[in-house]
Write a protein that binds this ligand. Sequence first.
Ligand code: 5GP
Ligand code: ZN
Length: 139
Amino acid sequence: MKDKNCIFCKIINGEIPSSIVYEDDDVLAILDISQATYGHTLVMPKVHFTSFLDVPHDVMHKVMDVAQRIGQVEIKLLGAKGVNILSNCYEAAGQSVMHFHVHVIPRYQEEEGFRLEMKSHPDNLNLPALAEAITKNLK
Ligand code: 5GP
Ligand code: ZN
């Protein structure tokens, strides 16, 4: 299952060149062209799904397994001090390529092209009620 307008499907098909880190029947991992940090890698299924939220469990597990292994290598081989594993879901969250992928971003504790910041935002929230509502809607 491919989307002919999808840039990652084109990379998977070999129509667009990429620097391949890992490949098997189901998963492809390539270096991100933008290299937010040294070794920034993208892991994706070969089948086209829009995002992490849309992908079947077995496909997600295969992708996350490869992401974990690449993160481990980035620590051992590249000397990263940490790794951010993240997947942007939909445009509002910064997703720009609508083919599910996981970023594996090694961190070196220096000025880098990537920063993740979480600020405490709204106060006066009823956290127990919020947690209960989410729990009730979990499948
Ligand atoms: P998103 O913003 O969807 O989470 O991440 C998409 C990523 O794909 C970006 O970090 C961007 O640099 C990368 N990217 C976009 N086009 C290409 C490409 O043609 N080749 C490679 N290797 N990476 C790409
Ligand atoms: Zn695709």
